[in-house]
Ligand binder design. Sequence first.
Ligand code: PBG
Length: 322
Amino acid sequence: MIRRRRLRATDNLRALVRETSVSVSDLIYPVFVIEGKDIKNPINSMPGIYQYSIDRLDEELDRIREAGVKAILLFGIPEHKDEVGSEAYNEHGIIQEAIRYIKKVFPELVVIADICLCEYTSHGHCGVIDHGVILNDETLPLLAKTAVTCAQAGADMVAPSNMMDGHVAAIREALDEAGYEMTPIMAYSAKMASGFYGPFRDAAHSAPGFGDRKTYQMDFHNAREAMRDIFDDIEEGADIIIVKPGFSLLDILKTASVETDMPLCSYNVSGEYSMVKAAAANGWIDEKKIVMELMTAFKRAGAQMIITYHALDVARWIREED
Ligand code: PBG
């Protein structure tokens, strides 16, 4: 008789043989900063998540400090959008000013700047367009400029999420030229065109005005292609690899952890968060249990870090367990 239950007998025995754990230092919390004054806008589809203007940001930073979360992923929402997303690479744009402010008042917080044009373009696509076509090579210099202005503002890391070909190389080259060779790139390498980003587009005002993102984000039917995208980004100079969305790409995350030696990050995206919050609000699930199980699944599949809107709650729950 093989008695697996021997090691399942008590809490302390189970803790002893546990293979995976989630720590507060694994967590990255997304923050939305909006241009304007005295703004704290709730996102209806994401209970507990708000857009803050810089003058109200202290409230959010205090919550982050109190939770002990050490890293944030920053998204900017500009007042003015145009065809070419100029506010993304304005030295004094919303994200650049937010980075400056946060690094001034909370210098030890790791600030990661999301690098994309979709929040900044009038058409909501992640690149510049010509007659309905999203242009690749013409978009690259704009992304590079966005990354450099964020690094100049004090960003600790940049996270290109736009899925243009060659974006990691273009950003690496521009950062190096500008003297930011020590600024790491966290690349959204396997990012699928997904229905799970719906609520984010309310939060970031970034829904595409026409069509969808399928000509640049990956087709979610393909696992081997995802590995090609990951290897391309490694070759182009990525320091950390993001796999996204979290739940539906656990297989890709696992493969990446077996086939590469890169630090891996799972992005537990907006739609995943909203589903959990909706079910919990209805009393259908136990929020803490479900969220901790999911966080553990990301770690078990191979992630060293997790971008999650649940980060502040998870940090509190981990502390309560100790
Ligand atoms: C910007 C970007 C998106 C997300 C992260 N960066 C939206 C998109 O690709 O449409 C989605 C994050 C989430 O759903 O939580 N391109």
